[in-house]
Ligand binder design. Structure first.
Ligand SMILES: Cc1ncc(COP(=O)(O)O)c(C=O)c1O
Length: 373
C-alpha cells in the first residue's frame, strides 16, 4: 500500500525539538501533569499515591463507563454506547476511514485540511474529489461546488471543522446544507472536530448531532491541552455504525491505557476550569497576533476563530519552505510552511503557546521578514 508522506508531521518531527521559539504547534499550551491534577478537588499527592496501586492491565476496552458518559455529555443525540475511545483523533479518523471505505469508492474531502482525511483514503484505493476552501471567501468552501461534486457514488464527505491550518469554521447553516446533500445520496459525513472553538462548547454544531450518518471525531489534544494523553474518540448516533467501528477497532487498538483513561476523565470532569484557562489564553494571544500582523507590510491574515491554529500569507519572493528553514536557522523561530498543507506562500502559526514565547517569536519573525524583498 502506497501512502504520501504526512507533510506537517514530517516537518515537525524534523525541527520541533530544535526550535527556541516554537510558534508552530496547534495545541493550546499543553498542561503539565501537576497543573492537570491541581484542577481536581482531591489532594494531588493522594491521587499520585493511588496511581502506585493502580494495576496496569488493559483496563476498559472501549474506554471506561465514566469516560464514555463524560464524552456523551458533549452531544445531544449520541448514546453513551456509541462513544468509542481511540488513540487520539488520528486514531479515530483512521478507524472510521479504514472501517467504511473500500477500493474503488468515491469520497469528497474539504481541501486543503488535515492530510489524513484525503491521503489515507487515497492509499486505500479510494477516489477523492476536493471541496476547496478559498482565501477569497475567508477560507470558506463554496456550497455550489459541493453540489456539483456530490453524485450517487459519493460514499463519504470528510470535513475538518474548525479547519487546520486556517482556524476557519463551518457554520451550522452550511453544515445543514452539507447534510441535505449527503442524505440525498446516503453518504456518511465524517467531521474531524479537534479544533472545537473554546467559546463554542455548549452550542457547537457537531456532525454526529446534525446527521444520522454523521461521524464526529474529537480528542483531548487541542482544545483541552493534553495531546500527550493520546486520548480521542469517535461518536455517532447510529448503533450499527458504532458496531462496525467496534469490529475494526479490535484489529487496530485494544484500549487507550489505564492511566490515560483516568487522566482523560479528570480532564473532562474539570472541563469548565480548563476551558476558562484556555479561553483567556486564546483571547490574549489572538489580540497579540492581530496587533502584530497590523504592523507587518509583508504579512496578511484572515484571523482564525477562537481555535489554536492560524495561517498567514507571506508576501515575499522566497518559497515558504525555504523561508521557514532560514527563519529557524537564523532566529530559532519555528513555523510550519504552508506547502506542508498544499498552501504555498503561506505559513501556519500556532499562536496558542505561552504569550511570552509568542511575543518573542513574532518579534524575531518580523525582524527577519524585514530583510526580504
Ligand atoms: C485536524 C487534526 N486532527 C487530528 C490531529 C491529531 O490529533 P490527535 O493528537 O488527537 O491524534 C491534528 C493534529 O495536528 C489535527 O490538526
Amino acid at each position: 500500500m502506497e501512502i504520501k508522506g504526512f507533510g506537517v508531521e514530517a516537518w515537525l518531527n524534523k525541527y520541533e525539538k530544535s526550535a527556541q521559539f516554537d510558534i508552530s504547534q496547534s495545541t493550546i499550551k499543553s498542561l503539565t501533569l501537576g497543573e492537570l491534577l491541581s484542577f481536581a478537588s482531591q489532594d494531588p499527592q493522594k491521587m499520585l499515591a493511588n496511581y502506585l496501586e493502580t494495576k496496569l492491565n488493559y483496563g476498559w476496552i472501549e474506554g471506561s463507563p465514566e469516560f464514555k458518559e463524560l464524552v456523551a455529555q458533549g452531544y445531544r443525540h449520541v448514546p453513551v454506547a456509541n462513544i468509542l475511545q481511540t488513540n487520539g483523533a488520528t486514531g479515530a479518523n483512521f478507524l472510521a476511514l479504514f472501517s467504511l471505505l473500500n477500493p474503488g469508492d468515491e469520497i469528497i474531502a474539504l481541501y486543503p485540511s488535515y492530510q489524513q482525511l484525503y491521503d489515507l483514503p487515497k492509499s486505500l484505493g479510494v477516489k477523492v474529489k476536493n471541496w476547496d476552501i478559498q482565501e477569497a471567501l475567508n477560507w470558506q468552501p463554496d456550497i455550489k461546488q459541493l453540489k456539483h461534486l456530490v453524485t450517487n457514488k459519493t460514499k463519504m464527505i470528510c470535513l475538518n471543522n474548525a479547519q487546520n491550518p486556517t482556524g476557519s469554521l463551518l457554520s451550522k447553516p452550511l453544515l445543514e446544507q452539507v447534510v441535505l446533500l449527503a442524505r440525498e445520496v446516503g453518504a456518511y459525513v465524517l467531521a474531524d472536530e479537534v479544533y472545537q472553538p473554546v467559546d463554542q462548547i455548549e452550542d457547537f454544531p457537531n456532525i454526529a448531532d446534525l446527521y444520522e450518518r454523521g461521524i464526529s471525531v474529537n480528542s483531548l489534544s487541542k482544545t483541552y491541552s493534553v495531546p500527550g494523553l493520546r486520548i480521542g474518540w469517535v461518536a455517532t448516533q447510529s448503533p450499527e455504525l458504532a458496531d462496525v467501528f467496534r469490529k475494526y477497532r479490535d484489529y487496530t487498538m485494544i484500549s487507550g491505557g489505564v492511566i490515560n483513561d483516568t487522566l482523560a476523565c479528570l480532564v473532562l470532569k474539570n472541563r469548565q476550569k480548563i476551558l476558562k484557562r484556555n479561553q483567556q489564553l486564546v483571547q490574549r494571544n489572538h489580540e497579540i497576533l492581530a496587533k502584530w500582523v497590523a504592523t507587518q507590510a509583508k504579512v496578511e491574515i484572515i484571523m482564525p476563530e477562537q481555535v489554536s491554529t492560524a495561517c498567514i500569507k507571506l508576501n515575499i519572493q522566497t518559497t515558504d519552505e525555504i523561508f521557514c528553514q532560514q527563519l529557524l536557522k537564523a532566529t530559532g523561530v519555528l513555523l510550519v510552511p504552508g506547502s506542508r498543507f498544499d498552501m504555498p506562500g503561506h505559513a501556519r502559526i500556532g499562536y496558542c503557546t505561552d504569550s511570552v514565547t509568542l511575543k518573542n517569536g513574532l518579534q524575531r519573525l518580523g525582524k527577519f521578514l524585514s530583510t526580504f524583498d
